[in-house]
Design a protein around this ligand. Structure first.
Ligand SMILES: [Zn+2]
Length: 274
């Protein structure tokens, strides 16, 4: 993907997220968190949580999908094989596909699926971890000498997002660059320690999707050891939750075979499912 296309997709994704924030909140310094499913239902979308036993490799990973049925019913599927943090990120991403037309119809580059998907990810991150909230929390927690892991746990729990997504958000908002710039003159040992911890994580983020998946699991296990129980948002027991519209909708998808979802993998599987 070209840098200019990537940049534009991020600007548009962020704009859409800010519009939703403005619709709901009087200030930016708020997380939508677990309010998101209520919001999307209010927008007329059925949320269906379904266990799909996919592979964990990048190509076969099935997080979710957005479909429009012939009767105009809109559905977001989410795979409950993933924990609640990932599910919520997926819901945010799929919601992008519901609104993208409104934001992208003026730009031909969004016909490229990669560009649209990139915008969706950026939209999801901006909606669930808005820049103002993350920035304020980060700065205050650094001032109060929270460790990097504590900062990540705190923001991940408030936003209900995966730990790696929080890390990536801290990176893309350049919060460490700002911090280092601020402390260029003094040699604050706490800041130095925090920065070196961040650089360690950052190296892992730069690698591939597989590496990110492992890093998320590392976070989950480390936290589990610390708490001596699994954090509720980290539980992914593959439990199947059946929602009211579920059977009927899957049946419709199968019979009419009319899917307009752009996350094809998910819809293929949903259509095949018995
Ligand atoms: Zn997508």
């Amino acid at each position: 993907m070209e840098e200019s296309a990537k940049y534009l997709s991020e600007v548009i994704g962020q704009k859409a997220a800010l519009d939703i924030h403005a619709e709901l909140f009087s200030e930016l310094n708020t997380f939508i968190g677990h309010g998101l499913p209520v919001y999307i239902e209010k927008k007329g979308i059925h949320l269906i949580r379904k266990f799909i036993d996919d592979n964990e490799t990048k190509e076969d990973h099935v997080a979710g999908g957005y479909i429009r049925l012939p009767d105009n019913t809109r559905v977001i599927f989410v795979n409950t094989k993933r924990n609640l943090r990932e599910q919520l990120f997926t819901i945010a991403h799929e919601f992008w596909h519901h609104i993208e037309e409104k934001y992208t119809s003026d730009f031909s580059i969004f016909q490229d699926k990669d560009v649209s998907e990139h915008a969706g990810d950026h939209f999801a991150a901006s909606l669930t971890m808005n820049a103002a909230s993350v920035k304020v929390l980060f700065q205050r927690m650094v001032n109060q000498q929270y460790s990097l892991d504590e900062i990540i746990y705190f923001i991940a729990d408030l936003s209900c997002m995966p730990y790696v997504s929080v890390l990536r958000r801290i990176k893309e908002l350049k919060l460490f660059d700002e911090l280092e710039e601020l402390h260029k003159m003094d040699s604050n040992p706490f800041i130095k320690h925090l920065s070196s911890e961040f650089q360690n994580y950052r190296k892992k983020l730069l690698k591939n999707g597989e590496e990110e998946y492992n890093l998320e699991n590392e976070f989950i296990q480390k936290r589990q050891a610390k708490l001596s129980y699994t954090h509720p948002l980290d539980i992914s027991d593959g439990q199947e939750l059946i929602f009211i519209a579920y059977d009927k909708t899957i049946q419709n998808v199968k019979e009419q075979n009319l899917l307009v979802d752009r996350d094809e993998k998910m819809t293929e599987l949903a259509a095949e499912d018995e």
